[in-house]
Design a protein around this ligand. Sequence first.
Ligand code: FRU
Length: 473
Amino acid sequence: TVSQDDWRLHYHVMPEANWMNDPNGFCMWNGEYHLFYQHHPYSPEWGPMYWGHVKSKDLVHWERLPIALAPSESYDKDGCFSGSAIEKDGKLYLFYTGNQWTGPDQETDLKQVQCLAVSEDGIHFEKINENPVIDKAPDGDVHPFHFRDPKVWKKGDMYYCVLGSQTKNRMGQALLYQSSDLIHWEFVNILAKGQGNQGYMWECPDLFQLDDTDVLVMSPQGVHPEGDYYHNLHQSVAVMGHFHQDKGNFTSEKWQILDHGFDFYAPQTMLDEQGRRIVIAWMAMWESEMPEQKQDWAGAMTIPCILSIEKEKLRIDPIPELASLRYDPIRYQKLIVDQNKKLDGVHGDCLEMKVSIDAKEATKFGLNLRMNETGTERTNLTYYVDEEKIVLDRSKSGKGPGGVRKAPLALQNGKLQLHLFIDKSSVEIFMQNGEKVMSARIYPERDSTGIEFFSDAAIEMIQLEKWSLKQSV
Ligand code: FRU
């Protein structure tokens, strides 16, 4: 049996109670990180959206703040949907989507407009009188009401924003707007448009520069499975390309899935004072089973990660600040493992582990996480050498959703590097130093804390480091 708090996470942001989804308004203001989130404070189900609010000095320890936005006006009466934050003249502005249903049909009687709220203390926000600042979708091949999730930035003297949209015949696209004062917005262009299997609606777009590459991160809905790709109901992708500010368009060169696991959606990025591009996502998925709802809460954030580009590929690494949570280090070196092996001190439900494995002659090896005594409950990660593939299987993870996710992954000089974060109801697995990541919610029994290595022939654990992690949320 699982008690009330067994799945509450220890170092991932989640609401005190009730529902959350997308990260919103992720920014730095007056030297502190602020993070808001889509929140329904009255039940563990999605409902009229509010913005929950936390802040942090180090992206690890978070302080809860009062709800920042609540539906209160005719233009946002059915929800303050996703959006972003920006500083102007020392004040903190939230740019969000006002959601209204104008009739009984949730599909067609929908109106979405863009709105601003402002704060001088970073805690209390007031909606401005000029709202809605963008009161309808632009003309052209733009769906009239799926029009949401403004992400704003400043360049030179101008403010820009990208918005999620779809064409009239339901292909995902992103729109570009500009403004000199945050209040008067001019539609510039359709920034980018999907084709084929690129989703019917692009939610939560985010455009930024990494080195010399422009990156459009967004969350296309309704991408269809293709081989090992796109098995989630909705995906989070990064498109690398070039933003032509003069023309207001983005030419895309490469699509990359941001997370190959199950639970990573609506990511939002921010540039911090150290110049790092940090990303955080909702660690859940629409229409996924969420057993914690029976315990009166639902949803959490991923750990914050740093995005970078190497050899034209986007890399994703956990923020180094998380090391401040480590205690009880355990280390193994040059250890040969064949068949099934548990290591003294290597177990737990709230930990970080780095392991570098030389595959040697093995064709199949991996780990079982959150395993019970008998092995009937376990979350399985297996690497297949010949197929150059990694597989995360949560079909025996415990309660909640099962499923398998696969990702192509090559060994590097015969080696596999894994960097894992386990929390009370999650695993996040970074592979080959940030080349790929898989995030998943899992719902094991409290006592399922075992970690077991397995292999079909001798592998060498060149180095294994493991730390227990303190609670920070
Ligand atoms: C993405 C999303 C956004 C919307 C919000 C509503 O998960 O659907 O497009 O603004 O969630 O909660």
